[in-house]
Design a protein around this ligand. Structure first.
Ligand code: 5RP
Length: 223
């Protein structure tokens, strides 16, 4: 099976977690896109969705799914999203698609986080994937120095020679060289650096369910 077929399989499996008549939270990225395409097939079963990025909102609307502002919603029964890495304890690195802040906000309002990913994302220790950190543009150099002091190697995410801008108008530092043995602790430490908007560690509020695509089918993990 190709990686896309594995992503499609978990996207289909996630439909089981979509409660009828409710508003759900939807993540960002290629796996989330496959999920949105599946959601489009059952769109009349749900009331609408809260999107974790402009790209996701556009794709949801293209399927005729109503997109609600998070401020209009008190709670979400479920948030469904991909990950760049996930551990057997449900801690994740996210933000490869630069949507980490809105992803963390929408996830914080949801009762359940269902992570959908191809099986290659399951790791023993987080950190081989460079850890994304969203920063206020005027603080990127100062935050980079603080991240270096923590033992990481930060690099400003850029495209065509320009810093990548998030949906919030901020920059991303991708931090390599970290072996993250205590993700919840590091999440706290990095969030406390002045100028950091959000760190892409999702450990204090990790996944509740993991649906991982493998050659032997969709493997379900509960945390
Ligand atoms: C976007 C994310 C994505 O969930 C993560 O990058 C995984 O993406 P993909 O499903 O394309 O592998 O955190 O900010």
């Amino acid at each position: 099976m190709t990686q896309d077929e594995l992503k499609q399989a978990v996207a289909r499996a996630a439909i089981e977690y979509v409660p009828a008549g409710e508003i759900i939270g939807v993540g960002t990225g290629s796996t989330a896109n496959f999920f949105i395409d599946e959601l489009g097939k059952i769109k009349d079963r749900i009331k609408g969705a809260v999107a974790s990025s402009e790209a996701t909102a556009t794709r949801l609307r293209a399927h005729g799914i109503s997109v609600l502002d998070l401020n209009e919603v008190e709670s979400l029964s479920v948030y469904i999203d991909g990950a760049d890495e996930i551990t057997a304890q449900g801690a994740m690195i996210k933000g490869g698609g630069a949507a980490l802040t809105r992803e963390k906000i929408v996830a914080s309002v949801a009762k359940q986080f269902v992570c959908i990913a191809d099986g290659s994302k399951l790791v023993d220790v987080l950190g081989a994937f460079p850890l994304p950190v969203e920063v206020i543009p005027m603080a990127h150099a100062a935050v980079a120095r603080a991240l270096k002091a923590l033992g990481g190697e930060p690099k400003l995410r850029a495209k065509d020679g320009q810093p990548v801008l998030t949906d919030n108008g901020c920059y991303i530092l991708d931090v390599s060289g970290l072996r993250i043995a205590a993700p919840a602790e590091l999440e706290n430490r990095i969030n406390n650096i002045v100028g950091v908007v959000t760190v892409g560690l999702f450990a204090q509020r990790g996944a509740n369910v993991g649906l991982l695509g493998t050659g032997e089918g969709v493997k379900k993990l509960t945390f």
